[in-house]
Design a protein around this ligand. Structure first.
Ligand code: FMN
Length: 188
């Protein structure tokens, strides 16, 4: 798998550089680059190593255009049709221990697993200089029909991938650290 693009010297830099890209240039993306993104996602941790994720790479063609339309219901995701490629993230059945653990503890481990895999995917894309946008707003039924996704799987995310039209890194809008983190430190 070919990995292109810039290499970051720290993870924090990469985390700051990754941002949702909603407009892409017309430049196509190498399928090898998309495969490298899925390879990074494959390395993500998951509850009981259940790996409930499945991925589908759609690079170009009418299928990519049709996928974009599936994400544009109710006037949403207007510019996403500029994306030359999509990685579809599906959820398959996890292993027994993960499912049993989730039931016993009242936790949705599979969603956590899918989110982690999607994060890996987006960071790898950013590391290659590609833009991504996670899309949770899409019509699942037509996506499943279009791609022949088996009944037992759910489509959890579409990830638009392409070359950003505007590569400028935006200032992140995030809640203050103190609002989202409580520190219990007995060493002070
Ligand atoms: C589960 C999930 C679903 C999302 N769905 C959409 C979407 O349908 N359309 C969109 O433009 N952005 C979507 N986003 C992107 C968020 O809006 C974005 O990550 C957030 O505003 C923070 O901005 P940043 O990614 O540039 O840091 C989604 C993100 C997540 C994690």
């Amino acid at each position: 798998m070919e990995r292109k693009g810039t290499r970051m010297d720290s993870f924090m830099e990469l985390a700051l550089r990754r941002q949702s890209c909603r407009k892409y240039t017309g430049q196509p993306v190498d399928t090898e680059q998309l495969k490298a993104c899925v390879e990074a996602a494959r390395q993500a941790p998951s509850a009981c190593n259940g790996q409930p994720w499945r991925f589908l790479i759609v690079n170009g063609g009418e299928t990519a255009k049709a996928l974009a339309r599936c994400a544009q219901g109710q006037g949403m995701n207007k510019t996403i049709a500029t994306s030359p490629a999509f990685i579809v993230v599906c959820q398959a059945k996890s292993n027994l221990s993960s499912r049993a653990g989730g039931l016993l503890k009242g936790q949705d481990y599979a969603s956590v697993d899918i989110g982690l895999a999607a994060a890996h995917l987006c960071f790898e894309a950013a590391d290659q200089g590609l833009g991504t946008c996670l899309l949770g707003w899409f019509d699942e039924k037509p996506v499943k029909k279009l791609l022949g996704i088996p009944r037992g799987q759910r489509v959890r995310l579409l990830v638009a991938v392409g070359h950003p039209e505007n590569p400028r890194v935006h200032r992140k809008q995030r809640k203050p650290f103190e609002e989202i983190c409580r520190v219990i430190d007995y060493r002070v």
